[in-house]
Design a protein around this ligand. Structure first.
Ligand SMILES: [Zn+2]
Length: 466
């Protein structure tokens, strides 16, 4: 066990600070970044010096879109396996979605059960989104907010779970003023189900699946959300944007009093790297909602990420092989969700690294800073004095091939199996302690450093409780 109080100095020629890549040394004391200094600056006495050479030192990724599913559906994914996959992929903070755990996180009691499961299993920091479902009045929303969720997530289409029904315009009109008053964001799965086309064609065809979820469903949902955000002042974050024409529709929402966009957007590595055009028949590991899009859309979405630097988060959502209908290969009956938690940095880097104007600082902005801002986490997401020393050493020049069996999440099934990726996580630190070391005999040397990250509705941004 490392001494968490011993000063640590990480020398690196490419430190990803908010101002860009710098050559220097990050001085860590008591789990926090004490200073970012020039490479030849004097160091504190008794300091352990780690020379990272030409690796990139990033703030550890903050993944605000993860479906851990424990309690209740731990056989889909649990905190022990998910958090190890996260650490190995350079993610040291998970914010869990209110489904598909059971109970879903729509009450303070359900949140308490989830936090207990996370406390027992997680080796990375964790926080939770609450769920917004029809029938929750202001008191129910206030009680959930007061219990420590970082915001509320809703579905505008079928979530797949009976206990987590879709919200409609009237539900949003009732809830959004409450969230605005509580200064919590509303996260939305933005697909309007009302005009979804019926299924035609072969059940094993991804194209047939994608035709039932056209991009206009995403556009229609975002138009409604933008109008309601403008009307109520509620901050809205659209999860997993799949289409490059979607984000521009959010400008209709306007800005906050502080001049920030009222509506923000995230996308996921799979929409940046995987093409609908090349999904084999029956390969249900690729099924997600919204579906993967054609390569032309994918390329335009990549250009949007490079231009606007939004949050890029995993939407890690695994399910057991039988739920993914691996035997029949039926896209019609397979559960939607892509298992990818360990691959966020590598897949995002592979998708974007050859585009003009991209260097590794993009990973710091998109995979750490923006998601931390969304969740109101001020202590992580940036390499800056005073931030937690929650960091990743990343080799942007590594090439490797994904073997699903060797990933740490619950099931081997992933559409990335056999893919050649660029960039690999070497070490992950949580508040100065190494929680992952690649190729070491003990890959996860510190497993007891994790903490819950809870919001408060009175003193946003959230506090961290020990
Ligand atoms: Zn999701």
């Amino acid at each position: 066990m490392e001494d968490p109080d011993r000063p640590l100095a990480l020398r690196c020629s490419r430190i990803a600070t908010p101002e860009g890549l710098v050559d220097g040394v990050v001085v860590v004391m008591g789990g926090r970044i004490r200073a970012v200094r020039a490479a030849d600056a004097p160091l504190p006495d008794g300091c352990e010096v780690v020379d990272l050479g030409d690796l990139v030192l990033l703030p550890a990724a903050v993944d605000t879109h993860v479906h851990v599913n424990e309690p209740g559906r731990g056989e889909w994914e649990g905190w022990a396996s998910a958090s190890r996959a996260a650490a190995a992929g350079g993610t040291a903070t998970l914010v869990d979605m209110p489904l598909n755990s059971s109970p879903v996180t729509t009450t303070p009691q359900a949140l308490a059960a989830k936090l207990e499961a996370a406390r027992a299993g997680s080796i990375v920091d964790y926080g939770c989104w609450g769920g917004l479902v029809p029938g929750m009045d202001a008191a129910a929303i206030e009680a959930l907010a007061a219990s420590g969720v970082l915001g509320l997530k809703c579905f505008m289409c079928d979530s797949g779970l009976d206990e987590f029904p879709a919200v409609h315009e009237a539900d949003l009109r009732a809830a959004m003023p409450v969230l605005a008053r509580l200064r919590l964001p509303l996260l939305a799965h933005a697909e309007m189900a009302a005009d979804a086309p019926p299924w035609h064609g072969d059940e094993r065809s991804h194209a047939a699946w994608a035709a039932t979820r056209p991009a206009r469903m995403e556009h229609d949902a975002v138009r409604l959300l933008a109008a309601l955000a403008a009307e109520t002042g509620c901050r809205v974050h659209v999860v997993h944007v799949s289409d490059p024409d979607t984000p521009a529709l959010g400008t209709a929402a306007g800005t906050t009093a502080a001049g920030q966009p009222l509506m923000t957007f995230e996308t996921c590595p799979h929409y940046l790297l995987l093409d609908a055009d090349s999904v084999p028949d029956g390969a249900t590991a690729f099924k997600c909602a919204p579906p993967l899009r054609p390569s032309s859309s994918r390329r335009a979405l990549c250009e949007w990420v490079v231009r606007e630097r939004p949050a890029v988060v995993s939407d890690h959502s695994p399910a057991p092989p039988q739920m993914k209908a691996v035997d029949s290969g039926s896209f019609a009956s397979a559960w939607g969700g892509i298992a990818s938690l360990q691959l966020t940095l590598s897949a995002t880097w592979t998708a974007l690294c050859d585009l003009p104007g991209v260097d590794a600082a993009l990973l710091a902005t998109c995979c750490a800073q923006r998601p931390a801002e969304l969740a109101g986490l001020t202590h992580v997401g940036r390499i800056a004095e005073g931030s937690d020393a929650t960091l990743v050493a990343f080799d942007p020049d590594a090439h490797w091939t994904v073997d699903g069996e060797r990933l740490h999440h619950r099931w081997a099934l992933t559409p990335y199996h056999g893919m050649h990726l660029r960039g690999r996580v070497v070490t992950t630190w949580l508040r100065g302690q190494r929680i992952y070391v690649s190729d070491a005999a003990d890959e996860f040397p510190a497993t007891d450093a994790a903490r819950p990250t809870l919001g408060t509705t009175t003193t946003n941004p959230p506090q961290v409780t020990a």
